[in-house]
Ligand binder design. Sequence first.
Ligand code: C5P
Length: 212
Amino acid sequence: MAHIVITSGPTRQYLDPVRYLTNSSSGKMGACLAESALRLGHQVTVVSGPVQVSYPTDACVLSVVTTQEMLEATQRCFAMADGLIGAAAPCDYMPVEIAPQKLSKTGRGLQLALQETPDIVATLGALKRMDQWVVGFALETEDVRFRAIVKMAKKRCDMIVSNSAEAMNSPDNSVEIIKRDGEVVEQATGPKSFVADRILHQIQKHLIEHQP
Ligand code: C5P
């Protein structure tokens, strides 16, 4: 049995007490991955941004809001885990300043100054021990496989799941599962629950049981 940490859903970056930047990630892929991992007998911790989806009751769920909070919670759990699946869509940008009061309209528009948030998968890919593994996701619209492989190397992932842009907030997904050496070990299309089972099957085979 392995202890697997799964990041899931979007994050929010507040501009003021009531407005925030986010994206349309639903957390559905993370929930399906959690179910698949539990079915294989693994211990699962989900670190999730704000979502409507329900996670399996047997998973330990940590709720976070911002990308920084997701990084801190994931880092804490990963220290005691065997692997990480980065299925979240964390906000890549945050406002340089958060206004303490609601911003009022001035009739002159508003320029936002944004800075990059930390990259959770890349941070933990760089920190992982020899006995730990990290699986990332990639969503590209051109040179899809090549860019996924470049991303896997850059973020020091052991495997990457290249998925279609239609996956966001959809019940279905279409993925290529790519190993560290660039080999596409599986292409899977269908409901996210089916795709999650195939991803966990490949993780089990190549990263948990280390079969050639
Ligand atoms: O760079 P990009 O966002 O395309 O990479 C996607 C992968 O990186 C996913 O596994 C996603 O969960 C992860 N990611 C992250 N932290 C970020 C941005 C993306 O862990 N701030």
